[in-house]
Structures are given as structure tokens and as C-alpha cells.
Design a protein around this ligand. Structure first.
Ligand SMILES: Nc1ncnc2c1ncn2[C@@H]1O[C@H](COP(=O)(O)OP(=O)(O)OP(=O)(O)O)[C@@H](O)[C@H]1O
Length: 216
């Protein structure tokens, strides 16, 4: 679903910030993107979303992409409900000017139920806890029917119960054949995925967790 070869990326007008990326991701794989602060994890996510053009090499991404960004950054101060945020997932599929129909609203409620937030549909997004906001954004990706789901440091600030719940959701997404990329700077966190992509301004390693983390 994803194939990068000798890929280098940077921001418009700036230098290359991440390079030497050569990796492939197959359907159903859970990939941990491991790197220090400033290592280029978010930059890689943005390249996969098509927001940044390759500076060198090639990147092929097949399928619909959905993103679960860092929740502080996506915090919304205007009164929009959890259901509204989930319904934004329908925009990716339909015409943006069309109001969501009954089927889409039903699907959005179903997605909220799947992430365990059926009773929070009307709650203002900004009033939810960090963990709940994460799950609303997972519901949004479900409504998008994303084939590739990108999580940017989703476990930051989550308590054990919320982290376990999110982990189970990520496993479900992979079991359904979606590929999931999860960025983290925590080595222990990376141990649980199928593959680990280690970056620090360039790709350092890619493969099953054991050998990659041994090198790290
Ligand atoms: N919008 C931007 N414009 C220009 N440079 C940027 C931009 N965003 C990030 N960078 C630069 O790209 C490099 C990698 O940053 P990136 O945010 O991808 O790292 P990260 O691994 O996600 O870090 P963190 O763990 O702190 O979130 C940094 O040197 C940063 O200054």
C-alpha cells in the first residue's frame, strides 16, 4: 500500500529534513515510526498525506488515507460536537457542500459506538478528554473508510486504560486489512508493532521490532 524508494522530503523553500527513506508497507501491517523530537516523524506523515512533494526518490501510496493528528493541535475552540468531527470523515468521500444525509449520520453514530463514545455524540469536541478526542478522530477515520491510518504520537498523555483501548482499536483496524502507521519517540512503545521504521533526519532502519530495536 505504501512504497518509498530513496525518498527525501522537506518543506517548501527549506532544506531536506528527512531522507534515505526506502520501505514498503502491506495491508494489515502496523508500523511504528520511531524517532526523537525533531527526527522527522510528523514530516513523514505529511509526505504520506501528500502535503509535501518528494525532493528526491519516489513515493507511491495506494488507497484512502486517514489521519489521527496530535490532539492538542487539533483542539477546536469553537462549538463543534464529537458527531460533527466524525462527520468530517464523510467530506472526504462526498461533495463538501452537501449536508450529511441520514445514512452518513447513522454511520457516524455507529463509528462513535465502535470507539466506545456513543453517549458523547453531542458533547463539544474541546470538552472531551485527550483520550476521548483521539477516539473521536479514530471514528472520523473509520467514516472515511481509510485504507491507511496515520497516528501522530497517539499515546502521549493517555492513561493505561485509554492506551489499552486505543491499542485494541489499532489492532482492529489492522485486522480489517488497513495499514496503520503510529509515530512515537518511545522505544518500549515501538516493540508492540509488526515493523519499526526508525528515523532521525534520515531513515536508520526498517524491519521487525527485535533486530531494529536491538540496533537502536
Ligand atoms: N512546517 C514546517 N516548516 C519548516 N520546517 C519544519 C516544519 N515542520 C517541521 N519542520 C522541521 O522538520 C524537522 C523534523 O520535524 P518533525 O516535526 O517532522 O519531527 P518529529 O519527529 O515529528 O518531532 P516531535 O517528536 O517533536 O513531534 C525539524 O527540524 C523541524 O524544524
Amino acid at each position: 500500500m505504501i512504497a518509498a524508494r530513496d525518498l527525501a522530503v522537506g518543506y517548501p523553500g527549506g532544506p531536506v529534513v528527512l531522507s534515505e527513506l526506502t520501505f514498503t508497507v502491506a495491508p494489515g501491517e502496523r508500523v511504528g515510526v520511531l524517532g526523537p523530537n525533531g527526527g522527522g516523524k510528523t514530516t513523514l506523515m505529511r509526505a504520506l498525506l501528500g502535503e509535501l512533494e518528494p525532493r528526491a526518490g519516489t513515493l507511491m501510496v495506494e488507497g484512502r488515507r486517514g489521519t489521527v493528528p496530535q490532539t492538542e493541535r487539533s483542539r477546536l475552540d469553537y462549538p463543534v460536537s464529537a458527531l460533527d468531527v466524525v462527520l468530517m470523515g464523510a467530506l472526504a468521500r462526498g461533495a463538501w457542500w452537501r449536508r450529511p444525509g441520514r445514512a452518513e449520520r447513522a454511520a457516524a453514530h455507529e463509528a462513535l459506538e465502535r470507539v466506545g463514545l456513543a453517549d458523547r455524540a453531542k458533547t463539544t469536541f474541546g470538552e472531551l478528554s485527550g483520550g476521548q478526542r483521539q477516539r473521536v478522530l479514530v471514528a472520523r477515520a473509520l467514516l472515511q473508510d481509510a485504507d491507511i491510518v496515520l497516528f501522530d504520537e497517539p499515546f502521549t498523555g493517555l492513561d493505561t486504560a485509554s492506551a489499552t483501548r486505543l491499542m485494541a482499536l489499532i489492532d482492529d483496524l489492522a485486522t480489517e486489512g488497513r495499514c496503520v502507521l503510529v509515530s512515537t519517540h518511545d522505544v518500549a512503545q515501538a516493540r508492540g508493532w509488526d515493523r519499526v521504521l526508525r528515523v532521525d533526519r534520515r531513515m536508520l532502519d526498517y524491519g521487525p521490532p527485535e533486530p531494529v530495536l536491538a540496533h537502536a
